[in-house]
Ligand binder design. Structure first.
Ligand code: NAD
Ligand code: IPM
Ligand code: MN
Length: 353
């Protein structure tokens, strides 16, 4: 079989550091053709655009895309100037990646690294399914000198398709067939449409799935007071962005969280082409260039790429097991209270493989 073609987009800040580490892990589990392209501020510097046409064309033709992070951490003085973050948003939209999977598992080795009590995080194994190409991120917007607006729009079709992804995942072996849909239906029309649509899709197509609804403020509280009660959390774009960073409190660090952005439900038997795999965290300008960043969120994103993008579940399991063994052996970067470097982490994972 031909070698899978991977596009790596290192991006900005710690992006190149964590992508270099994750690519070493990828090359250790198989034969892949990897090409790098610029995105974000790195691409603006070179071409004036956060997602140059060559980068987009390469991503569209690839079997999977691995992204580090984009962003400088500050807003340009000129409101008209291109912004690095537009690069990743345009990429998600252009590739139709409406389903963002953000799995969260509390590893026993890291129980003490979480600010939450160990009895609360014990056994947590949830997945946030975040709608990724609608809502406030892509609505009509405008700005004048003295006012601004962003609009939140959802169509029934957009809600139905991401609901199906959440239900497919909840129905898989190892999951609990439970979906918690998160909205703000007490205030927002988009949320009322969301709740009605999710309810209808589950009743008609997934009657075996136990569905409940939470308002987003309550969900934010419950994620840290009773995270073990969640199986699949289904939510719209902005709420999913915020709640998924909050889950860092469960695992112990934002640096550990991976994600998969897909154009549909992952196929249990094979690959979906064109997925984008990226850590949940950003470019971390506060620690960039020091070799201190945890690459594990990106390494675990490679595992998701192997499983959901390339149809190589055994290699995905091997990467995840190697990460766990390295953590079991005491590997800790500064975000987890230790002093291991990015390179130490790469070496420990490769050794465990
Ligand atoms: P951030 O996620 O970059 O950092 C938040 C905190 O977490 C920082 O203290 C950082 O040092 C720490 N952190 C993040 N990743 C880490 C890692 N791998 N190892 C150790 N510590 C880590 O969020 P921010 O500072 O609010 O945003 C910085 C920039 O990143 C902004 O420009 C933002 O738009 C961008 N951003 C990009 C993405 C993406 O490309 N997908 C995601 C989130 C934020
Ligand atoms: C994420 C990031 C992005 C988002 C930004 C960089 C556009 O925070 O992937 O979580 O908000 O989706
Ligand atoms: Mn985010």
């Amino acid at each position: 079989a031909a070698r899978p073609r991977i596009v790596a987009l290192p991006g900005d800040g710690i992006g190149p550091e964590v992508v270099a580490s994750a690519l070493q892990v990828l090359h250790a589990v198989g034969d892949f053709a990897v090409v790098e392209h610029p995105v974000g501020a790195a691409a603006i510097d070179r071409t004036g655009q956060p997602l140059p046409p060559d980068t987009l064309a390469a991503c569209a033709a690839a079997d999977a895309v691995l992204l580090g992070a984009v962003g400088t951490g500050h807003q340009p003085a000129d409101p008209e100037a291109p912004r690095p973050e537009q690069g990743v948003l345009e990429l998600r939209a252009a590739l139709g990646l409406y389903a963002n999977l953000r799995p969260v598992r509390a590893l026993p080795a890291l129980a003490a690294a979480s600010p939450l009590k160990p009895e609360r995080t014990k056994g947590v194994d949830l997945i946030v399914v975040r709608e990724l190409t609608g809502g406030l991120y892509f609505g009509r917007r405008a700005r004048t000198a003295d006012d601004a607006y962003d609009t939140c729009t959802y169509t029934v079709t957009e809600i139905e398709r991401v609901t199906r992804v959440a239900c497919e995942l909840a129905s898989r072996t190892g999951r609990r067939a439970r979906v918690t849909s998160v909205d703000k239906a007490n205030v927002l029309d988009t949320s009322r449409l969301w709740r009605e649509t999710v309810t209808r899709v589950v009743a008609r197509e997934y009657p075996h799935v136990a569905l409940d609804h939470l308002l987003v403020d309550t969900a934010a509280m419950r994620l840290v007071t009773d995270p073990a009660s969640f199986d699949v959390v289904l939510t719209e774009n902005m709420f999913g962005d915020i709640l998924s960073d909050e889950t860092a409190a469960i695992t112990g660090s934002l640096g550990l969280l991976p994600s998969a952005s897909l154009p549909g439900a992952p196929d249990p038997d094979g690959g979906i082409r064109g997925g984008l795999f990226e850590p949940v965290h950003g470019s971390a300008p506060d620690i960039a260039g020091r070799g201190q960043a945890s690459p594990l969120g990106t390494v675990l994103s490679v595992a998701l790429m192997l499983r959901h993008g390339l149809g190589r579940p055994a290699a995905a399991d091997a990467v995840e097991a190697a990460v766990e063994r390295a953590l079991d052996a005491g590997l800790r970067t500064p975000d987890l209270g230790g002093s291991a470097t990015t390179d130490d982490t790469t070496r420990a994972v490769l050794a465990a493989l």
